[in-house]
Write a protein that binds this ligand. Structure first.
Ligand code: BDR
Ligand code: CA
Length: 309
């Protein structure tokens, strides 16, 4: 089984990704970032998920704001004010660890060098902070998979070419992209190419177990928003990144390129700039995932929701 360390800002698609991780892997810890909604909500949502699956995974609270500049926007208009569709879940029982997320990332990778796959599903603030504290972190990580970026400029934020996770904290993404010698990048546009058919997904929700019921509830607001905004089918960016983290052989097509983050542009701050033609002479570190085996991706999601085979 893969061993994972998940940095996340739950968030509806984060929740699906985490359910996939519980179904297919061991999770050493959940480190939590602000992003989709504020840190208080994202921490609480992570604990709600730990309760749902009956796990004892430690949850570590991370940075409440980006490294340098305040974020322009959150994603409450998609995920709900509380990030989980405003269902009004009770206060979770799962404990919150006292150690800050960046320190937990460093400690856990020191305890298990070379064993943990790091999966980043939110703004990269915690990871960047950990790297500033200890630049040797990448050498202890087995693999890094990042959900982030919009590699051909069709972003999903007010700064048009920027994707949300990179746009929320561009400096953090810059630090991470420069620090890791190699990583997998699952971008927003790949996500749109790997949406699930709505009717098919509804069938899974109807036949799955309590995880499916839970996900159906929290996803309703986001699904409505997407349907009204020309995003067809069930779009789950973080779930796609998790599929790639859980099973790299699911990738059918990818290209390794240098990726940089625009930190200044008035219209483009937070854009991921891909050097497709290798003009800049920078090291090509990002393996940009372009296509995965959709049937295997679907099977992983069904298993995570308890849909009978
Ligand atoms: C990313 O932003 C968030 O809204 C999602 O959870 C995902 O991580 C997509 O751009
Ligand atoms: Ca996320």
């Amino acid at each position: 089984k893969p061993q994972l360390l998940i940095d996340t800002d739950p968030g509806v698609d984060d929740a699906l990704a985490i359910l996939m991780a519980y179904a297919h892997a061991d999770i050493a810890g959940l480190t939590i970032a602000a992003g989709n909604v504020g840190l208080g909500h994202t921490v609480r949502n992570a604990r709600t998920l730990v309760d749902l699956v009956g796990a004892a995974t430690p949850v570590f609270a991370g940075c409440a704001a980006p490294l340098v500049r305040a974020a322009d926007e959150d994603a409450a208009f998609v995920h709900g004010q509380d990030g989980f569709g405003d269902i009004g879940f009770p206060e979770p029982a799962a404990a919150l660890a006292t150690e800050p997320a960046a320190l937990a990332l460093l400690r856990l990778t020191r305890e298990r060098p070379g064993e943990l796959n790091l999966v980043a599903l939110g703004p990269l603030t915690n990871l960047a902070l950990a790297l500033r504290l200890d630049p040797t972190l990448p050498a202890r990580v087995k693999r890094l998979v990042v959900m982030g970026g919009a590699v051909t400029g069709h972003g999903n934020t007010g700064k048009v070419p920027a994707e949300f996770n990179v746009g929320f904290d561009p400096e953090a993404a810059h630090v991470v992209f420069e620090a890791f010698p190699a990583f997998d990048l699952v971008d927003w546009e790949a996500t749109l190419r790997h949406a699930f058919d709505d009717a098919e997904f509804d069938g899974w929700l109807a036949t799955g177990d309590r995880r499916a019921t839970f996900f159906g509830k929290i996803a309703a607001t986001a699904r409505r928003y997407n349907a009204q905004h020309d995003r067809h089918g069930l779009v789950a960016a973080d779930a796609l990144a998790m599929a790639v983290a859980l099973d790299p052989t699911i990738v059918i097509r990818s290209e390794t390129r240098a990726v940089a983050v625009e930190l200044d542009g008035g219209l483009t701050r937070g854009a991921t700039v891909v050097d497709w033609k290798g003009r800049l002479g920078r090291p090509a570190r990002a393996n940009i995932v372009l296509e995965v085996d959709q049937a295997r991706f679907a099977a992983m999601v069904r298993h995570a929701l308890g849909v009978p085979t």
